[in-house]
Unconditional design. Structure first.
Length: 84
């Protein structure tokens, strides 16, 4: 993985997404040297975006659960209208 990231960062900008914050990578990967090498290659020239807030998936799951408890199931035509 380190070689792939090294090759990629030399020519183009890689996009990396992770649910685990970078601050926790050292605890997750037992070898700190590997994490340091990986982050060194990634963080040379970067734009880091940290998204905060509630999970949209959990919110929609909660809404579906409430609807299932209080309403009849949606018909297929109603779902299509709702998605549009």
């Amino acid at each position: 993985m380190i070689e792939i990231i090294g090759d990629r960062t030399a020519s183009k900008a890689p996009t990396i997404t992770a649910q685990l914050p970078i601050e926790h990578w050292h605890a997750w990967v037992e070898d700190a040297t590997i994490v340091d090498a990986f982050l060194d290659r990634l963080m040379r020239q970067n734009h880091r975006l940290t998204l905060m807030g509630e999970s949209v998936r959990q919110e929609s799951r909660s809404i579906r659960r409430k609807r299932a408890q209080t309403q009849r199931p949606l018909l297929q035509s109603e779902r299509a209208t709702q998605l549009a």
